[in-house]
Design a protein around this ligand. Sequence first.
Ligand code: FAD
Length: 107
Amino acid sequence: PPDVEQLGRSAWTLLHTMAASYPEKASPEQQRETTTFMQLFGKMYPCWVCADDFRAWMKDGNEPRVSSRQDFGQWMCEAHNAVNVKLGKKSFDCRKWEERWRTGWKD
Ligand code: FAD
């Protein structure tokens, strides 16, 4: 079985990097495809309890927000924070998601 922690770090890297590469303004087709990707991700993520909770979170008023990079990046940060809270980890300041995942930390 996969190592859930290692898998998680890799998966979040992929997901936040996808948000960082998302267009500033997404076409209707990109928005549809991205929503579909996240729904399938929620079905195929190979940690089944994680996937079940993630799908339940999306259903419970947290449908993917995919209109723009800002929107998608914020939504992804909120999704990650929902898991952080569940696991008793510190919540991340979502104003800083782009600095962490796109532009690099300003020191
Ligand atoms: P991670 O949480 O993997 O974070 C990696 C890096 O991302 C951090 O070092 C930080 O720089 C940055 N980061 C942290 N929070 C945010 C944020 N909100 N926005 C942007 N960047 C951030 N594990 C379980 O044990 N049970 C579960 O039910 C579970 N569900 C998961 C569901 C999904 C969809 C995913 C992708 C992962 C899930 N995981 C789950 C794995 C878990 O989230 C962590 O990846 C794992 O515990 C390793 O944690 P970590 O402390 O190394 O850092």
